[in-house]
Design a binder for this molecule. Sequence first.
Ligand code: LMR
Length: 401
Amino acid sequence: MAKPQIQAVHPSLFGALKAQPQDPLLALMAEFRTDKREAKIDLGVGMYRDATGITPVMRAVKVAERILLETQTTKGYMGPEGDPIFVELLKPLVFGAAMAKSDRIVGLQTPGGTGALRLGAELIAAVSPRANVWLGEPTWPNHRPLLAAARLGVEGFKHFDKTSQTLLFDETIGALTRAAPGDVVLLQACCHNPTGADYTMDQWRTIAEMLAARGLIPFFDFAYQGLGDGLDADAAGMRLVLEHVDEALIGYASDKNFGVYRERVGALYVVSNNARAVYSQAMALARANWSMPSDHGAAVVRLVLQSPELTRDWTAELDMMRARILSNRGRLAALNPRLASVARQRGMFSQIQIAPEAVARLKDEHGIYMVGSGRINVAGFRDDGEIERFAKAVASVQGDA
Ligand code: LMR
């Protein structure tokens, strides 16, 4: 049969497109999966694992899922704001009971903490396209692409020295001094990814005073509440800052502290004196992005937080997870003096002092997978000698690195 005569008179849309390099963390996850070695250790992606190496579905989450299965009567649409009861119930956890009552705070459910950050970034870009976002580095490698995708300018500054394993607080102060009024400062509320090095309360106070004095807007990435020192302790620095400033954004993730990673459960909260208008803008942006967030994970978190009994069980299990992370930190520090700083750091991550070549050797010679920057997932060790094996392997590759 004769082919129809179609002439390509237009340039190809995708013809000149170059393949993107794979995201290093996602590539590492894929490489680990295909590694056939029995004794491999995964310290890559940030997920809590128990002593047997499993990322468990938390007990309260399982119960809530059963309740949901039995009682949910419809899968009809919600709205761009997602589940408003989930957003309300989360508020006291995030802000503390008193501050949570403020009518200056509005919130929307988002697809994970990443969705919250992206929505917050787009909101900033919509109202202040020339605002720069100041970003202490090293940071979560997705922060820059995410902010750039919202067309915001990014000003990086060094806030952590890997060699001495210390916060470079003077550099933070320097950045806050250079930033122009109306600029935004992205701050991780706790359990810093990737360093595990959090500000002290004195440092948070200094930051709060500088933000207020210089008219800078804090944008919190709050992804690991409860995995550092406790639910309230992990929010204390952020809450102190919020007492000092008129406006702030908080990108919150429930994915990690409820262990519902793949469900993508998050919320964006905005503090402002023009809260209703901000809410309607955020709703419009959410509608244009994903129309409505998916429901299951947030519904499960809501059910847990609606039940005092399930909430108690959830916090007990979270306490246990945190205790395991802290215990792993202590054990690593005791086994290898060059890992001593790990005990001072908090949350799922530390960025240890190790050269990229040594990281590569750990993978090739020992089957130990960690991010090239030196980040380890402290919760990634199974309790069958993996910590000891890791500490020994690090010592052996560091010895001649
Ligand atoms: C991580 O840093 O490992 C997690 O936040 C997962 C991710 O999406 O990068």
